[in-house]
Design a protein around this ligand. Structure first.
Ligand code: GLN
Ligand code: ZN
Length: 761
């Protein structure tokens, strides 16, 4: 009989208990003992929720991040966080690595470790930092202790750890060209020590996560797998190597030849490989199929899953395991908490808890296909899927027809940039190095309070709009006083750049408790794109019009782009992402057209997630970039030559997607460049980026005030790479997290620098 297990459960808690416990502890409002008690009770509750499984994961709980836990376990923490190599690590040290230490504390400052995205998810991990002669020591025992804890609570505990190759791959060396594989020889003995300790704690199985098997790996990395796992064998402990987030592709043979007891596959994204793998699997090996989507929130088509599973179960018998495709870290905890979802939508969804119930059903259906309980479950599932397929909420014929008409059209603006630029120059008469901001101004407590009261029905629509207009008035007055050239309305009315638009489009649904950890104690609540997307009514028009009425300077309309809405939502699984992107693009286009008609001559379409959407394998990039850039162009293809389109992207490496940035053909692109000291512009220079660029001149994440000299220095550097006629001056990103005094002071310096530079260029 097939066994069922889980790769990881969301640690944050159904009501974000861990988030609040952490933040209270960091604020000094609770003790370490309190924090540890919350952790213990969350783990116990989560294991209890998984008690219907044959094996439950341990090690999915992390105080901040599972990669950081691994680093601590192996003794890989930067010395600047106060860690002496070879000594035991406590929780406060862990937090110092994650969060840095502020200037005013007793013991000097230290920078937090760098954070980056975990594969193609929106989860961020802390990048391990390897020194030149990195030594490894078993320095932190959380995983071992929690394994004992789970076993003591009567669970069949399966510790989960990041495998050595993935762990090394994710880290960075002090010397960027260093060969991280050289660290393996020192790393393996510590992994062995850890594995032995886990066995001694009572574990029979461990799960070694090696999701880099979904990536294009250099040959030496592929070759390192087999010998590494040979050297990791421990008598009395079985290892399951887990790959997820993609197909094994050219790593398939590597994975099959590993000298381990079992292999986990992502059967959602790598389903096509199942046949090939079953055919080549060595006898006695376990095959774990991740048949339930761990990355999305839709119910599984159980019949379809069973069609895949039955022949495999026939061949493998009890060597077949079933699981979610990846850790459930990436989905919310429990759908039953939702009380405000549309009644018809609720049965289409499954969160972590429900996904585990699906595994229970699949197991039962394989074992006793004709049992009444199974028949009933399958019937309910079938009905939900049928209702979803035919729902009017999903299918809007006119939207589909509109997309159909679109697909053959390349959506380039008819007039080339050089010509448009002249016309725009004549229209706006902006000075050399025009100044602007990225869109948002401080989201003050008053603004948040007004929105909360409005949502609760305690503040009428009229009163709320009145308050927002007052905010806009203030923002415009400040910008006029500062003498900025292109103004913004300040985005006071927006809670979030995706949710705000989603709320005013058809096809979206919103959860109350659908939180997913982004990093540390930070969570996001992605909207769900349920059906065909269209704009119900103008979204930003009235605010933009009002802002423009207050000033003679141009006010930039401010929209979120289709790729970013797509990336930061749970998306449909019943049509390609590209089609959803096109629907979103058409909705945004409608808004662009309305803004233009209302006299908004400059419109910014933010696409900070364009690069994030890149597939894991290079072979899939071309297709993605083609439809993603097309979707962006669709938004602005029909505006007049004199309408100036801006886009904004946050920090990212652009070298390898430069062609696509050019293909967006935005008149102006603003970027986050101050942290990289304008090094990011090298690629723009190399590709002779033809349109205008606003390289960010100060870091908005920090309260530090920039100086005129600092900004001038950065702009001189920029001007060495890009002709000054093509440059704008702006902050790195939106200012919503700053205070008004910080904002005004920084922008004042920025405008002063711009005026000084105009005389120098
Ligand atoms: N216009 C948005 C803002 O200023 C852009 C935010 C972003 O790029 N993440 O807040
Ligand atoms: Zn940004």
């Amino acid at each position: 009989m097939a066994r069922i297990h889980n790769l990881g459960f969301p640690r944050i808690g159904a009501q974000r208990e861990l988030k609040f416990a952490l933040e209270n502890y960091w604020a000094g409002d609770s003790s370490l003992t309190d924090l540890q008690a919350t952790g213990r009770s969350l783990r116990a509750a989560h294991w209890q929720r998984q008690a219907g499984l044959d094996l439950v994961p341990v090690g999915d709980f992390a105080w901040y991040d599972q990669v950081l836990t691994m680093s601590a376990t192996l003794g890989v923490l930067p010395e600047r966080a106060g860690h002496t190599p070879g000594t035991a690590i406590d929780l406060d040290t862990l937090f110092r690595v994650a969060r840095g230490r502020a200037q005013n504390s007793c013991c000097g400052t230290n920078a937090a470790s760098e954070m980056t995205k975990w594969f193609d998810t929106n989860y961020h991990y802390l990048v391990p930092e390897f020194t030149e002669n990195q030594a490894f020591h078993l320095s932190y025992h959380q995983l071992i202790e929690e394994t004992r804890e789970a076993i003591a609570q009567g669970h069949n505990a399966k510790p989960v750890l990041i495998g050595p190759l993935t762990y090394l791959w994710l880290g960075k060396c002090a010397r960027p060209d260093a060969d991280k594989l050289l660290l393996l020889d020192d790393l393996i003995p510590v992994y062995r020590q850890l594995l032995q300790a886990l066995r001694d704690a009572g574990a029979e199985w461990v799960q070694m996560d090696e999701p880099i098997l979904s990536l294009d790996l250099p040959l030496p990395w592929q070759q390192a797998f087999e010998s590494t796992y040979h050297r990791l064998q421990i008598r009395g402990l079985q290892q399951l190597v887990a790959n997820y987030f993609g197909e094994l592709g050219n790593n398939l043979s590597v994975a099959l030849q590993l000298p381990v007891a079992g292999l986990h596959l992502d059967a959602v994204r790598g389903g096509v490989e199942i046949g090939r793998i079953v055919d080549r699997l060595s006898p006695h090996k376990i095959l774990s199929l991740g048949i339930v989507d761990g990355r999305n929130i839709w119910v599984t088509d159980l019949e379809a899953a069973l069609t895949v599973l039955r022949p495999v179960a026939e061949r493998l018998g009890d060597q077949l395991w079933l699981a979610p495709s990846c850790s459930l870290l990436h989905v919310p905890v429990d759908l039953t908490l939702e009380t405000a979802l549309p009644e018809d939508v609720q049965p289409w969804l499954a969160f972590a808890q429900q996904k585990l119930e699906e595994l229970v059903t699949l197991k039962a259906a394989l074992a006793e296909p004709h049992s009444p309980a199974v028949t009933e479950k399958l019937k309910i599932n079938r009905a939900a899927l049928a209702a979803r397929r035919t729902s009017a909420r999903i299918n809007q014929v006119d939207v589909q027809a509109r997309v159909q008409r679109l697909s053959s059209h390349n959506a380039f603006r008819p007039t080339k940039f050089a010509e448009r630029n002249k016309l725009q120059q004549a229209k706006f008469r902006l000075p050399l190095l025009p100044t602007t901001t990225i869109g948002s101004f401080p989201q003050t407590t008053e603004i948040r309070k007004a929105r909360r009261l409005h949502k609760q029905g305690k503040l009428s629509g009229r009163e709320y709009a009145q308050l927002m207009r007052a905010e806009i008035q203030h923002a415009i007055a400040v910008q006029e006083k500062l003498d900025l050239d292109v103004l913004v309305h300040g985005e006071a009315e927006r809670n979030d750049m995706v949710e705000y638009f989603g709320e005013q489009l058809t096809g979206f649904a919103f959860t109350q408790w659908g939180w997913v950890q982004s990093y540390g104690s930070r969570c996001v609540k992605p909207p769900i794109i349920v059906g065909d997307v269209a704009r119900k009514q103008p979204i930003t028009l009235e605010w933009a019009r009002y802002a423009q009425s207050l000033t003679r300077k141009p006010v930039k309309g401010m929209l979120t782009g289709p790729n970013t809405i797509l990336c930061w939502s749970f998306v449909r699984d019943d049509q390609p992402r590209s089609r959803t992107a096109q629907q979103l693009a058409l909705a945004i286009r409608d808004e662009v057209q309305d803004l233009e008609a209302a006299g908004i001559g400059i419109i910014q379409i933010d696409e900070p997630a364009l690069r994030e959407g890149l597939p894991l394998r290079k072979k899939d990039w071309t297709e993605y970039l083609a439809w993603a850039t097309h979707a962006f162009r669709v938004c602005c293809a029909e505006v007049a030559d004199t309408t100036q389109i801006h886009t904004h992207m946050c920090y990212a490496e652009f070298n390898d997607i430069m062609d696509s940035l050019i293909a967006l053909d935005a008149d102006v692109i603003t970027l986050e460049t101050s942290r990289s000291q304008m090094a990011l512009l090298d690629a723009f220079e190399q590709f002779t980026y033809p349109n205008q660029i606003g390289p960010g001149v100060y870091d908005i994440h920090s309260p530090n005030l920039p100086t005129v000299e600092w900004i001038a220095e950065l702009m001189h550097r920029a001007a060495e790479k890009i002709p000054p006629q093509q440059l704008w001056i702006n902050p790195d990103c939106g200012l919503k997290t700053r205070t008004w005094p910080e904002t005004e002071a920084a922008l004042k310096v920025m405008v002063r620098a711009a005026k000084k530079l105009r005389n120098e260029f």
